[in-house]
Design a protein. Structure first.
Length: 224
DNA sequence: TTCCGGCGTC
DNA sequence: GACGCTGGAA
């Protein structure tokens, strides 16, 4: 079956889950943030951290008038105190500064310049920056730069593995390619699907005591 | 495998 | 007081 053949038929389990989540939870309208740069900052600050704490930190940066690449790089010594609430703040300050030096140095801090390059090239560059791993890189590519990459995270692994669709210890890139090959090649669907998986993971497919009986995906669970 | 970390929720 | 949070590095 060609990839295109999947587009209008819900044959794959992945697409069934997507449609079910979208139907029950509705569009999530990610990423919360007014500009690509705000989205990038959020992607770094929310690493292993709940969004509430990350958004408090972004607000601090915004109030300080530093939510711009060049200004924030210039005032990088203020970053640790500004982002304290996001947790891991010493590490994340280094990560943020490393990204800023790359982004301002190579692209003058302009989205319009970096998005001209192809996805793989940008991804390769992002992965060389300390503090930006595959999930953060793909979140930036998809939500800040509107590139067609599926974001794999802990919720993705947990939900799909509990549904018997993957092995939870699959390497990131392998899992990403597997999921992408079973979905329509659509940036919009990748965008919405990841957001829906996060929502489902937080509210139903919790680490401990998952709420399968009330979960929208409960009826799609494999027979025990 | 362990460390990084503030902040809600229970 | 313990747990978990839209990970990544060493």
């Amino acid at each position: 079956m060609t990839p295109q053949a999947n587009t209008n038929s819900s044959n794959t389990a992945f697409l069934k889950i997507y449609k079910k989540l979208y139907k029950t939870l509705g569009p999530q309208r990610w990423w919360p943030g007014d500009t690509p740069f705000e989205i990038i900052v959020g992607a770094i600050l929310t690493q292993n951290t709940n969004w509430h704490n990350a958004s408090l930190a972004i607000e601090k940066i915004k109030v300080a008038g530093l939510l711009h690449p060049k200004k924030l790089l210039m005032e990088h010594r203020r970053i640790p105190r500004l982002i304290k609430t996001s947790g891991f703040y010493r590490m994340k300050s280094k990560y943020l500064r490393a990204f800023l030096k790359y982004y301002v140095g190579k692209y003058d801090g302009r989205t319009s310049r970096i998005v001209k390059k192809n996805t793989r090239a940008i991804r390769h560059e992002l992965l060389k920056i300390p503090g930006i791993g595959p999930e953060t890189a793909d979140s930036i590519l998809l939500y800040a730069f509107d590139k067609r990459v599926f974001v794999v995270d802990g919720y993705t692994r947990r939900i799909f593995s509990r549904h018997g669709m993957i092995k939870s210890d699959m390497p990131y890139d392998t899992l990403q390619k597997f999921i992408e090959s079973n979905l329509p090649a659509s940036t919009r669907i990748y965008n919405e699907f990841h957001a829906l998986l996060v929502r489902a993971g937080k509210e139903y497919c919790r680490k401990n005591e998952p709420l399968c009986t009330t979960c929208p995906l409960g009826e799609l669970l494999p027979r025990a």
